[in-house]
Design a protein around this ligand. Structure first.
Ligand code: GDD
Ligand code: MG
Length: 334
């Protein structure tokens, strides 16, 4: 089995901690370890490091090495430019043997329980062998989130293993609400499990444009990739394959899992900051602070305060998702 960590995404939802040089996967949001490091260690818990690969952007090579100094450079696949997750999944899968199982994992998720993670993943790997399909781990949805993919479950083939009827990536709010109401939908965790041969066959059928450009490529040869990548479509695996293939299956899991979308999700998982040694709050409650400095908050409630070398964010929880606009504005005036 090979594990492929996708770590080439960019994002600005965690300003002032994140920026284009340091996106979410490289942030230490919950401990003194970055999310990519946590992902790597979660895999190491049961895997040999030789079988764990990272696909990321050439620009993130140094920071990846900083976070995971022990990784062998031959286990890092570099993309010259970002083309979203479909090409990255294909590059990663290409390194496996034809009949080998590949597990694809985002680098920026919060999954605190390694043992529970492996219990559910092992079940899914077994099922992927048995049914020869494209598997994903499915999370029971708790709100009409529009940033996720939704998996419509069909027949339950065995305990917690379902054939998938349809896959809808990032629906609008109304559609998401109707999915939740219907009840037989899961969130796509973004963790995929497939056999190389099945994946390639499905890519050939449903995403030929990408398939034919990458099928004969050496994923470790950045020079060839530099020639090919500019002509490759920018598309996620969810649109390129999961929405189209008839061979999708889902393993339902109750794993504590989060995509950690913004500062409020960090607060939900990490808790408020009342007990932090460097934070004092007077006449206020529900305050979240992320800073290494001593911070005092007086007379304010339901706020988020984040401080880094690059800046200072002070927002109400309610408006916290607008942080992208702030980050954008600083870019304009840079
Ligand atoms: N190598 C590489 N190249 N990695 C990439 C690229 C790229 O061009 N673009 C994104 N990634 C990495 C990100 O760093 C992240 O670890 C992972 O791929 C997923 O990308 P996101 O951009 O975070 O995807 P998303 O959160 O919008 O949506 C996906 O995940 C959701 C769950 O978190 C989809 O699979 C949804 O269906 C799913 O619900
Ligand atoms: Mg994500």
């Amino acid at each position: 089995m090979k594990a492929i960590i996708l770590a080439g995404g960019s994002g600005e939802r965690f300003w002032p901690l994140s920026n284009s040089k340091k996106p979410k996967q490289f942030l230490r949001l919950f401990s003194d370890k970055s999310l990519i490091r946590e992902t790597y260690e979660r895999l190491l818990y049961k895997m040999n490091p030789d079988d764990i690969y990272i696909v990321t952007s050439e620009n993130y090579f140094e920071i990846t090495k900083q976070e995971i100094p022990e990784i062998d450079e031959k286990n890092i696949i570099l993309e010259p430019i970002p083309r979203n997750t479909a090409p990255a999944c294909m590059l990663g899968t290409l390194i496996a043997e034809d009949n080998e199982t590949v597990v694809i994992l985002p680098a920026d998720h919060y999954i605190p329980d390694k043992e529970a993670f492996w219990n559910t993943l092992s079940k899914c790997i077994k099922a992927a062998h048995k049914y020869d399909g494209l598997f994903t781990l499915g999370i029971t949805p708790t709100r009409p989130e529009t940033g996720y993919g939704y998996i419509e479950a069909d027949k339950e083939l065995e305990s917690n293993i379902f054939k998938v009827k349809s896959f809808k990536e990032k629906p609008d709010q109304e559609t998401a609400k109707s999915f939740i109401k219907e009840g037989n939908f899961f969130w796509n965790s973004g963790i995929f499990i497939w056999k190389k041969s099945i994946f390639l066959k499905e890519m050939e059928t449903h995403s030929y444009e990408i398939y034919e450009k990458l099928i004969d490529i050496d994923p470790f040869n950045i020079y060839t990739l530099k020639n090919v990548y500019p002509d490759i479509k920018k598309i996620s695996i969810d649109y390129a394959l999961m929405e189209k293939s008839q061979k999708i299956y889902v393993t339902k899991t109750d794993l504590l899992w989060s995509d950690v979308g913004n500062w409020v999700s960090v607060r939900e998982l990490a808790g408020y900051s009342d007990n932090k040694k460097n934070v004092h709050i007077i006449d206020g409650e529900n305050v979240f602070v992320k800073s290494n400095k001593n911070v005092g908050v007086i007379g304010l409630s339901n706020i988020v305060v984040v401080e880094s070398e690059d800046g200072l964010l002070i927002t109400t929880e309610e408006k916290a998702q607008k942080v992208r606009n702030i980050s954008q504005k600083f870019k304009e005036t840079d």
